[in-house]
Design a protein around this ligand. Structure first.
Ligand code: ATP
Ligand code: MG
Length: 523
């Protein structure tokens, strides 16, 4: 729009700008396009749609594809909000320092390119802050653990939220400030599952939180997919060096990316790239199979899906903590006949002797279940209680004939790999939602390759599961779940154990030989 306007036109346009961010941005904001240089931010229809959602919802979560123009869009929207609304405080949080200063730079450029009659005076202008004469201020920060505490209350923008470190902490600290009347825009390319962005987005889709979910697809972007009304753009693109053929864009881009990258960066596919240890698609499927139909025991520390069934054998894998709220003590009970998780214990406030007593009581209740504790540090104390104080009769030993498993870096990975395989092949059935939730945040560190719980997350249920699965696999061998035709169906095991196992169990007082075990296994 040219600048030689009459006084009335200026007033009219100013009013229009103040009311409508789409009008303001499409007419007066300039951006640098990677190929075309400084151009008017002529908003694509999907960008206009996003802005309308920003205006009509207080909490927005936007799942984007790469290079959708979203950072530019939030920069322009922030400038609009600050210019036409006095005393607003807008905080833009980015994953790093470079990204955060770059956003302020974009906003400054947008401001400097405004026509004089529209351009507000600037009160403060530095690397992270841009304050206008109406006292509205835009602050751009890099993520840090403390960032949430100093978030002002008007609008919080989280750019590339799935990549922001400490976002759970930041969200917890900033929510009370925002919730009293501010608004939020969280936008991101997807980055696997289990993180804050995935959780919030999924809840928004399920209408379980206050966020309005916004979805855009790369096919809406006229520079990626042919839209007949943008022929002028395609003519221009063919003149680029090297020329871009719009009809070849998808093919060329896909050829330059791995399938995983394509699914993440452009298809916004949460499942395609999960860095979760267990494949994302499997986790989503497992989540559908969980059951919230359980009984509780021990003051809600134990969940029980199935009571013991006569003639069934059970395995209990135990992960032990000090019981002083830092991490959790956990065990699962799995039915060795059908692989079903029938119970789970989880607590960060159970003293070790009480924990041992519960294991013994439950082990005896579940037909003298095979109990495999971890033998590290505190685990030794637990074993002492299990063996000497409560004289549990069926503690599983390792190859060196010591009770429990000494978990080392090396065998931890093997145990986890076995657990993954056992889950993936459907040989065990997980009932616990919180165990699945833990698996959602159990990741492979992209830098070190280490398998670990994500920041601020736990893996106690997983470690207990890997121990339980160890017993399950050793006793079950590789046999598939099948019916034992010899026995009466009502009381028959659903699987036949093979004789291949490396554990021998023993009683606290004496011992059970391999032959005894063989008999126990009903083979
Ligand atoms: N409607 C438009 N007209 C012209 N240029 C645009 C338009 N929308 C976006 N751009 C340009 O596209 C480029 C990418 O934009 P931007 O960096 O905002 O995208 P993004 O979605 O944040 O990308 P990333 O995934 O890299 O974070 C920028 O150079 C921006 O100026
Ligand atoms: Mg961006």
């Amino acid at each position: 729009m040219n600048d030689s306007l009459t006084a009335e036109q200026i007033i009219e346009n100013f009013k229009k700008c103040s009311k409508d961010p789409v009008f303001f941005i499409s007419n007066y904001i300039k951006v640098t396009h990677p190929k075309r240089g400084l151009v008017t931010f002529d908003l694509y229809p999907f960008q206009q749609r996003i802005l309308k959602d920003f205006s009509s919802h207080r909490f927005n979560i936007l799942r984007k594809f790469r290079q959708a123009g979203c950072t530019t869009l939030i920069a322009a929207f922030s400038l609009w909000l600050a210019m036409f609304n006095p005393y607003k405080t807008i905080a833009i949080l980015s994953k790093g320092e470079a990204e955060s200063t770059e956003i302020i730079e974009r906003i400054k450029l947008m401001h400097s390119e405004l026509p004089d009659w529209l351009k507000p005076k600037v009160l403060e202008d530095n690397k992270h802050t841009f304050k206008l004469e109406n006292k509205s201020v835009i602050k751009s920060k890099a993520s840090s653990k403390q960032a949430g505490r100093s978030i002002p209350g008007s609008l919080l923008i989280l750019d590339e939220a799935a990549f922001i470190e400490h976002i759970d902490t930041i969200w917890a600290a900033s929510y009370p400030i925002i919730s009293t009347g501010g608004s939020v825009i969280a936008l991101s390319t997807v980055n696997g599952i289990g993180n804050w962005f995935h959780k919030m987005y999924s809840e928004a889709i399920a209408k379980e939180n206050n966020f309005n979910a916004i979805d855009i697809t790369w096919k809406e972007h006229p520079e990626y997919f042919r839209h007949p009304e943008y022929q002028h753009l395609y003519d221009l693109m063919e003149k680029y060096d090297p020329p871009v053929n719009i009809d070849e864009w998808e093919k060329t881009t896909r050829a330059n990316l791995s399938l995983k990258q394509w699914l993440q960066e452009y298809e916004a596919n949460f499942l395609g790239t999960g860095e979760t240890y267990i494949d994302g698609e499997i986790l989503v499927q497992l989540k559908e199979e969980i059951s919230n139909d359980y009984k509780i025991k021990y003051n809600n520390r134990m969940r029980i899906w199935e009571d013991p069934v006569p003639y069934h054998d059970y395995a209990i894998g135990v992960d032990c903590s000090i019981g002083r709220q830092r991490d959790y003590s956990a065990f699962h009970i799995i039915d060795l006949y059908n692989g079903k998780q029938v119970a789970e214990f989880y607590s960060n406030r159970t003293p070790i002797n009480e924990f041992a007593k519960i294991i013994c009581d439950e082990g005896r209740l579940y037909n003298l279940a095979y109990v495999l504790p971890e033998r590290n540090t505190i685990g030794n104390n637990l074993i002492y209680f299990l063996k000497e104080t409560y004289e549990y009769e069926n503690l599983v030993m390792d190859d060196s004939r010591e009770i429990g498993v000494q978990v080392t870096q090396k065998n931890r990975e093997t145990m986890l790999a076995d657990m993954e395989h056992t889950i993936r092949t459907g040989r065990i059935k997980i009932a616990s939602e919180r165990l699945i939730e833990e698996l959602f945040t159990f990741v492979i560190d992209p830098d070190t390759g280490k398998i670990k719980a994500d920041n601020n997350c736990h893996d106690d249920l997983i470690m207990a599961l890997s121990l339980t699965v160890k017993v399950f696999n050793e006793l079950r061998g590789n046999s598939q779940i099948e019916k034992d035709s010899v026995m009466d169906n009502a009381m028959s095991p659903e699987a036949i154990f093979t004789s291949k196992y490396s554990y021998t169990a023993k009683t606290a007082t004496g011992g059970i030989s391999k032959e005894d075990l063989q008999w126990l296994l009903k083979n």
